[in-house]
Design a protein around this ligand. Sequence first.
Ligand SMILES: Nc1nc2c(ncn2[C@@H]2O[C@H](COP(=O)(O)OP(=O)(O)OP(=O)(O)O)[C@@H](O)[C@H]2O)c(=O)[nH]1
Length: 374
Amino acid sequence: MAFFDRFKGKKREENEEKRKEANIKAEEDRAEKTANDEAKEREEALLRKDQGKEGEEERKENKRAGFFERFKQSLSKTRANIGDKIVNLVKTNKKLDDDFYEELEEILIQADVGVETSLELVENIRKSARKNKITDSEKVMDLIKEETARILGVYDTSLRVETDEKPAVILVVGVNGAGKTTSIAKLAYRFKQENKKVLLAAGDTFRAAAIDQLQIWADRVGVELIKHQEGADPGAVVFDAINAAKARKADILIIDTAGRLQNKTNLMKEISKVRNIIEREIPSAPHEVLLVIDATTGQNAVSQAKIFKEATGVTGIILTKLDGTAKGGIVLSIAKELNIPVKLVGIGEGMEDLRTFDPVLFAEALLEAGEENE
Ligand SMILES: Nc1nc2c(ncn2[C@@H]2O[C@H](COP(=O)(O)OP(=O)(O)OP(=O)(O)O)[C@@H](O)[C@H]2O)c(=O)[nH]1
């Protein structure tokens, strides 16, 4: 009995041992399987990430290609007014003679390029054709593109928002209805996409509707708006906004201003008061004073810009509604006659429809359709 007991006891021990071994083996198998699975998962994740990266590059590339098409499409009215007419001129007037240049001048002037700018542009094309010994009008298209881009391309169109002192302050000025509010929203959206912290200030306290409209846009974009009641002192709004931007470590503060040109003196007084407050709080600010101009107003836009330039020290122009006008030629006029760079252009009502102005792209988009028609 004692033997059996001992035997059973030994057997139990052996079984226990075997079970422990089996458990350890199962544990090891499980661990190995988990490790393998994890490695596989990691590998798949990396692959997915890589494919994602490639996909992103591809999307970006498509976007770039799509961007030009979109830009070209938005310029279709202006292009019909300039590009197509120039192509017709080239077709009907084979020789680069005085008649050709006179007609070219006329097309440009009629398309709101402005007299002074048109004359200069044509003179530059004439000189360049002579220098390059081009006598055949069919070959002049590239020269026209080149000289158009040259007139526009002398400016730096980038926005000065990478500042030592934070926040960078952008003061936005312009008459009512030019597209100020929507341009501010589009700008805020663009900076947000670049992971910048943006704050808006409702400096147009003259109309409650202006404050409300900006609030709607701020909510839509997902940025904070500093506002006071209708009729409040715009200077006080700006003062609060700067302090809020500093406290919240905002990268960029965009300030809306009133736009009543009817009372020019008061409007300008108000804007310069706001400017002084900004300068007092942040000596290097405002870093940009962007004037919003409606492209559909053609040459009137140029005289409007002159007034603002004198009063507010405009550093750049946002030219809106380029998509809705045949008068896009004013881009050239503004650049040349006012010596202010067009920094951004509005080409539609969508959030992404405010684009950095690119002179070469503009010249291409303006004159390319003509080539397609050839
Ligand atoms: N097609 C097109 N429409 C635009 C563009 N920019 C602005 N708009 C439209 O123009 C209209 C006026 O724009 P707002 O931003 O309200 O103009 P505002 O200057 O703020 O005008 P107030 O609020 O009256 O001061 C709106 O219907 C905008 O959607 C653009 O680039 N293209």
